[in-house]
Design a protein. Sequence first.
Length: 468
Amino acid sequence: MKPYRTGHFTKNIAPLAEKLNSSLRVDKRLYSEDITASIAHAKMLAKCGIIPQSDALDIQKGLKSILDDIESGRLTINDGDGEDVHMLVEAELTRRIGTPAKRLHTARSRNDQVATDFRLFVRKACGKTAALASELIGVLIKRAENSLDAVMPGFTHLQKAQPITAAHLFMAYAEMFFRDVTRLNDCKKRLNVLPLGSLALAGTPYPIDRDFVKDALGFDRLSNNSIDGVSDRDFAVEYIGAAALIMVHLSRFAEEIIIFSSSDYGYFTVDEAYSTGSSIMPQKHNPDVAELVRGKSGRVFGGLTAILTVLKGLPLAYNKDLQEDKELFFDVYDTVSDCLEVFCGMVETLTINKERMLEACKTGYINATDVADYLTAERGIPFRAAYETTGAIVSYAASNKKTLEELSLDEFNLTADADKGLFEADIYQKIDIKTAVESRTSVGGPAAAAVKAAIKNLKKRMSETKEL
Ligand code: ARG
C-alpha cells in the first residue's frame, strides 16, 4: 500500500522505495497494542469534547471488532495490506464504520502513536522475559536442592581449583538470572511513561487530557517533553541490554554444560531430548541446544549494537531510522525467550553424575589449600609460610605420582619440618574432599548448610520481587 501522499505529490513512490518504507511485515505484531491505545485515545477525545461521543462509540466498537477478527483469524494481515500497522488499522476501521473513523487521528500523530504502542509491547516483554528467567531460577533451585552433596571440582582458569558442589554451581547461575529479573523490572518501571499527546513533536492545541489516557493504558507518568516523547527509545535499548546480559549468562552456562558433558569430563549428561547425533559418527551425542544458545548470544549482542547505532547521532525528533527499532527488538525478544525456555527443560533433565564428579576431585590437588589452612588454623603457621610449605608438599607428591591423601604422615612432615612434627593424623580428615567442602561454611560458600541458606535467601528475594 502506498504511503501517505497528499495532493502536493506529483509522482508515485518507486516500487523499491515503497518496499523499504513499508514496515507492516514487522510491526503487525503491534496490532493489539495499537488498537488498545486507539480505544483509549478515542474515549479521551470524546470526553474532552474534541469528537462527538457517538463517533467515539462507533470507533471503539469498530476497533474491538477488528481486534476480535484478527485474534480469531477472521482477519489476516498480509504484508502488502498497508504501510504499517497503524495505517492498516485505521484503513480497516474506515472500511468498517466510514466517516467516524476519520476522526480517530485527531490530536495524534503516528510518531507518538508508534512510541506508545512500542512501549506497551516492551512493557509486556519485560514481564514475560522476567517470568521466563524466574522459571529458570525455579528449576535451578530445585536442582540445587537435590545436589547439595554432589561434590565436584570448581575451576579457575579452567584448571581444577577447589572442590564445590553442583548445587553451589547451579545457585551461581540462579543469582545471575535473579539480577536479570531485577534489571527487567527496573526497565519496566522506567519505561512506563506515556508519550501519546506529544503528537508529531510539538504537542497540540486541542484540549486533550493526557492523564486520562495514561490511566486507561496503565502508565505511571506522562512524558515531560514532546520532542523527547517521540524520539526516546532508551527503553528498547535497556530491554535489549538486559537481554544481552541474559545471553551472557546463558552462554556461560551453555559452555559449562558443553564442557562438563564431554566424555573427558562426564560430570553431566545432557538428556537425549536436548541433544542430537552425527550424520557419520554413530557414537556421537552432541549438546547442540547448549551450543545453539551459546551461538545465539552473538545475535542478541548484534541487536544491542544495532539499536545503539541507529540512535547514535540521530537528530531530534522522529526520523524514519527509528522504524528499524522494532525488527531488531522482536528478534532479540524471540531469541532470548526461546533460549530461556529451552534451558528450563535442558537443566531440568540434566543428569548429574555424582561418582564421576567425585572421582575427578582426586586429581589436580584440589585440596592443597586445605593443607595450608590446616597449618594455619591448627598449627598457627602464618598463611604465607603455610602456603610455601604446602607448595613443596604438592611438588613432592606430584613427582612421586601420589595424591595428597596417599602421602604418609612422614612424607608430610619430611617436607614441612620433621622436627616440629607439624602434621598429625587429623590432616587426613582435613583433606578429605567432602570434609573440605563441608568446612567451607562462610556465607555464600559451598557447604550444604551455606547453600541451603543461600537458597532460602534467594527464595525470599524472589517472593519480594514478584510481578510489578
Ligand atoms: N512505521 C513507523 C515506525 O515504525 C511509524 C511512524 C511513522 N511516522 C512517520 N512520520 N513517518 O517508526
